[in-house]
Design a binder for this molecule. Structure first.
Ligand SMILES: Cc1cc2nc3c(=O)[nH]c(=O)nc-3n(C[C@H](O)[C@H](O)[C@H](O)COP(=O)(O)O)c2cc1C
Length: 192
């Protein structure tokens, strides 16, 4: 079964490091035959939340919001790539997530977290674990932790430490299992 997967990333810092994780995951997904979208608030900015996408009459949402909604709708699952800012998730990531809701319904999310330090952004990942189900997307059990991000993945998204290729393969195998299961189930209809 083929999958379309969106990577949602949320650092808009000029010297951002998490883009390495995004590029790395994109390569791993493409290598497994996924169609990949990247939702990056630096490339497709949204204003601070005023109206959610669902509050606009059809066809009247701002262009970037419509583009993100279309991308989320086209996806069978998501990978949330979160850095850790003061033990929580980057504000641009939360802002992007909050604009949408039913676009995520009945689709799985994998959480990939990273940081400059040794804890790999795990405290932010725990927050993503709480947020995504509230948006209607179940999160898969495995969390992909990427500590010391600049030392394990280079700026082109290649692994410096081979361990992370193996860890990512396990993470993506699990995501695909849930993508397939929920895709089959969505094909039978939705409860609401
Ligand atoms: C505002 C801010 C808060 C941070 N807080 C944490 C933190 O709580 N824990 C941690 O491990 N690293 C923290 N860091 C360091 C980040 O892990 C590191 O800067 C990382 O590269 C941020 O991701 P980005 O480069 O993609 O923006 C923080 C960085 C920033 C800018």
């Amino acid at each position: 079964m083929g999958f379309t997967t969106s990577i949602l990333y949320g650092s808009v810092r000029s010297n951002r490091k998490g883009i390495r994780a995004v590029k790395f995951l994109e390569k791993q997904l493409v290598g497994r035959g996924h169609k990949v979208h990247i939702l990056d608030p630096l490339e497709i900015p949204l204003p601070f939340l005023d109206k959610m996408y669902k509050e606009f009459p059809e066809g009247e949402a701002p262009a970037n919001m419509q583009k993100i909604a279309d991308t989320l709708n086209d996806s069978d699952g998501y990978i949330i790539v979160t850095g850790e800012y003061n033990h929580s998730i980057p504000p641009a990531l939360k802002n992007m997530l909050d604009h949408f809701q039913k676009e995520y319904f009945f689709k799985p999310s994998g959480i990939a977290c990273y940081s400059a330090g040794q804890y790999g952004g795990m405290r932010a990942a725990v927050h993503v674990r709480a947020i995504m189900p509230e948006l209607g997307s179940i999160t898969i059990p495995v969390i992909l932790g990427l500590p010391k991000i600049s030392k394990i993945i280079d700026e082109n998204g290649n692994a410096i430490d081979e361990y992370y290729i193996k860890a990512t393969s396990r993470f993506l195998s699990e995501l695909e299992w849930y993508q397939e299961a929920l895709k089959v189930q969505r094909g039978k209809g939705l409860p609401y």
